[in-house]
Ligand binder design. Structure first.
Ligand SMILES: Cc1ncc(COP(=O)(O)O)c(C=O)c1O
Length: 462
């Protein structure tokens, strides 16, 4: 019997290792296979259409069919499909991209760009840059890194070590040494009931001070933070958090690394999360929306002081011996240049500022739903907490099947969101219109209503 294309795909897909999936569970249905996309929508291999409420993995700022990005890739493929940027060589798209990126981040103190392919690599490179820098400065003891609970910085050995999510560590023998952990600014997840935002911030600042006092400031190199924590549950920092944290870091000569892999390029209603939260970074990492994710590319941006340190180190070592084969890849760089041009020409930040009040209002309104205990968000990113009981915030047992039912109900309604355990994240392409925001939240509301009926049928909620 001849098999359909879809059946072939489903068979072939068993040859892949699927991240964040119990690897023994693919026998029954296989994954959802996405075949094409247009605007904020994607379609699977069965012809089902979905509003992509997560922009993939918090990625495609310009949606799934931006012709200018396609054309930029084709033009560059024809001109020069690959060249490297090692040892006195370069290519024009990577030079133009670095100029554009630095023009956009100079007000934040950035002075040089180091390219790679993924957010994880960009954060790994940030760590290497920091260690190299302090060695060049004659401070070889200043090497430890502070990162936060629920932080997500990627999955390479060092980035996963910075990541503060236990499931990224379990059985991978991580985190490696030199990583110190501090709390995240989430009142919802706080283990100190009754705290106000301000009390929580003061507690976190005191915790940071205590870590520094315990370890010694001369052993601590840098503090890593996402302006808004994404994969850890969309944690939006309260007012004053970064100002107070940065005051402590500055006092102790500890570098600030802003991981802007999700928040960069308009997501929070300003070009960078650093702008939204008044962060003055020494290093910034960017990826995802840098090319609207049409090509894999990331960058580690560094201040002049850091760069001067690297120069000093490279004089001592004879070279700055770090780089990856595809760093500054001309096709990825050309696509990223085009994405940055589009952000500017179409005033993507202005668009986010115009449509995000509706997004945030519709998100906040969901907190009235019997299954939602709390919502939070900024710009075009947000999350809701799914609970069995709103007062106690008791969550559903996995065995009850309610969260799985919600996941299916979201899909049945033609929507893609992301379940981070009991937190549901929403992070649509930045080009989403107000009408599509209504569509997204109408679909989500219907999915929640279906799930509520299911939970009532199981006598799990009144
Ligand atoms: C804030 C943040 N940093 C780093 C990464 C890692 O990026 P990548 O998956 O491209 O390695 C991610 C990925 O989701 C991220 O959200």
């Amino acid at each position: 019997m001849t098999r359909t294309h879809a059946e072939n795909v489903r068979e072939d897909v068993r040859n892949l290792i699927h991240p964040y999936t119990p690897l023994n569970t693919f026998g029954a249905t296989g994954p959802m296979v996405i075949r094409k996309g247009d605007g904020v929508y994607v379609e699977d291999d069965q012809g089902n259409r979905f509003l992509e409420g997560m922009a993939g993995l918090w990625c495609t700022a310009l949606g799934f069919s931006e012709q200018r990005l396609v054309d930029a890739a084709i033009r560059q493929m024809k001109e020069l499909p690959y060249y490297q940027i090692f040892a006195g060589r370069s290519n024009e798209p990577s030079i133009e991209l670095s100029e554009r990126l630095l023009a956009m981040t100079r007000h934040l103190g950035m002075d040089k760009a180091l390219f790679a392919n993924s957010g994880s690599e960009a954060n790994d490179a940030a760590v290497k840059v920091i260690w190299y820098y302090f060695n060049a400065l004659g401070k070889p003891e200043k090497k430890k890194l502070i990162a936060r609970e629920r932080g997500y910085h990627g999955v390479t050995v060092m980035a996963a070590s910075l990541t503060g999510l236990p499931y990224n560590h379990a059985d991978f023998d991580l985190p490696v040494a030199r990583v110190l952990r501090t709390g995240c600014p989430s009142l919802y997840h706080s283990t100190h009931p009754g705290e106000t935002d301000e009390q929580m911030v003061d507690r976190l600042v005191a915790d940071l001070e205590a870590i520094i006092a315990r370890e010694g400031a001369d052993t601590i190199a840098a503090f890593f933070a996402e302006p808004v924590q994404g994969a850890g549950g969309v944690i939006v920092p309260p007012a004053g958090y970064f100002a107070k944290i940065q005051a402590v870091l500055k006092k102790h000569d500890i570098l600030m690394v802003a991981d802007e892999v999700i928040t960069g390029f308009g997501r929070t209603g300003n070009m960078f999360g650093c702008d939204t939260y008044g962060i003055t970074p020494d290093i910034m990492t960017v990826a995802k929306a840098l090319s609207s994710s049409y090509m894999p590319i990331s960058a580690t941006l560094v201040s002049k002081a850091i760069y001067d340190g690297l120069v000093k180190g490279s004089e001592r070592n004879g070279a700055f011996s770090h780089g990856v084969t595809y760093a500054g890849h001309p096709v990825a760089s050309a696509v990223a240049v085009e994405a940055l041009k589009i952000y500017e020409e179409r005033d993507i930040v202005g668009h986010v500022q115009r449509v995000s009040p509706k997004f945030q209002a519709r998100l906040a309104a969901l907190s009235a739903h019997p299954l939602v205990s709390s919502t939070r968000g900024v710009g075009l990113i947000g999350a809701l907490e799914i609970v069995q009981d709103k007062d106690s915030r008791k969550t559903f047992d996995a065995a009850s099947g309610v969260i799985a039912r919600l996941g299916n109900a979201v899909l049945e309604n033609g929507l893609i969101t992301r379940a981070l355990r009991d937190t549901m994240a929403v992070c649509p392409p930045l080009i989403i219109t107000e009408a599509q925001i209504d569509e997204l939240f109408d679909k989500l509301t219907r999915a929640l209503d279906t799930t509520l009926e299911f939970a009532r049928g199981q006598k799990l909620v009144a």
